[in-house]
Design a protein around this ligand. Structure first.
Ligand SMILES: [Zn+2]
Length: 287
């Protein structure tokens, strides 16, 4: 069933677990996400990242994502990831998305707030949830290009300030906050070093769910620590996409003749297995 981000994350907050957000730039990745969630009877967030518009535009994949969510046996939020303009937000909501992220984190603080307030008013009137970002998440440069802030290692100068976060959430009334505390988008070049104290302080201050971007490629121990410190939504994609590609590579090596449709099945199954392993950790059953 299709649910808002707020509804999904309220349950995650109560149960001290996190919900995986998986991107859907291809039909295989969308199907992998829904099937993985259904097989584990877990909630899930299906996302279209605005930077993937060149791979598949929201007009084409969006209605498919919404239809898949409605048909699913588990709660599915359909979410716009890193929306950069009000027009794109409106488009996603018109298509039936139940959640949007507005990324105005590169703007001045007051401009960021103004933009987020405008999106929250529009979205909440239509029963759509809003995620916004404070601080900046960069990209490793190895995939994960969904950030507009360029490629570099995580830097403490760009981390989210817990005191400013409190003001930001109070003034915008967002449903979830994307916070920067050491993760980067894409494949990690070196072991991430996460600032758990900062994360805990942010969660305590904002009293809302925290979102972790750049959430694939961490150790299981780091996942559990971030969840116990208040992360309720984990944006997870790069490592699953890599698993899908490696499965295709292996299949091509071992089969002749090959057919394109068989590659999509190989990719889907490998991505699904990767998502299932992630979901099992995110459910935080051993807490
Ligand atoms: Zn992100």
């Amino acid at each position: 069933m299709l649910v808002t981000l707020k509804e999904n994350l309220i349950n995650a907050e109560k149960g001290n677990f996190a919900i995986g957000q998986f991107n859907a730039p291809t039909l295989e990745s969308a199907r992998a996400a829904i099937e993985a969630a259904e097989e584990l009877n877990a909630p899930v967030i299906l996302a279209h990242a605005e930077v993937h518009e060149e791979i598949v535009p929201i007009d084409i994949i969006g209605p498919v994502m919404v239809a898949m969510a409605k048909k699913a046996s588990v709660p599915v939020t359909v979410h716009l990831d890193h929306g950069t303009s009000f027009e794109m937000i409106q488009k996603a909501i018109d298509i039936g998305f139940s959640s949007v992220m507005i990324d105005a984190s590169h703007m001045d603080y007051e401009e960021n707030i103004e933009m987020v307030q405008k999106v929250v008013k529009y979205a909440h009137e239509r029963n759509v949830s809003v995620e916004a970002e404070l601080g900046m998440m960069t990209s490793s440069g190895l995939g994960g290009e969904e950030t507009i802030t360029g490629n570099q290692e995580a830097s403490e100068d760009l981390y989210t300030d817990p005191i400013i976060a409190k003001d930001f959430v109070k003034r915008t009334d967002i449903d979830a906050l994307a916070a920067s505390f050491g993760t980067v988008h894409g494949i990690y070049r070196s072991e991430p070093n996460l600032d758990f104290d900062r994360l805990e302080a942010i969660h305590e201050n904002i009293e809302r769910p925290v979102v972790m971007h750049g959430g694939s490629g961490l150790s299981n121990d780091d996942y559990i620590r971030t969840i116990n410190a208040g992360v309720r939504k984990i944006n997870y994609y790069s490592y699953a996409a890599q698993a899908g590609a490696l499965a295709v590579k292996e299949y091509i090596k071992n089969n002749d003749p090959i057919f394109y449709h068989d590659l999509t099945v190989e990719a889907k199954n490998a991505i699904k297995e990767n998502y299932k392993r992630a979901i099992c950790v995110f459910l935080n059953k051993n807490k």
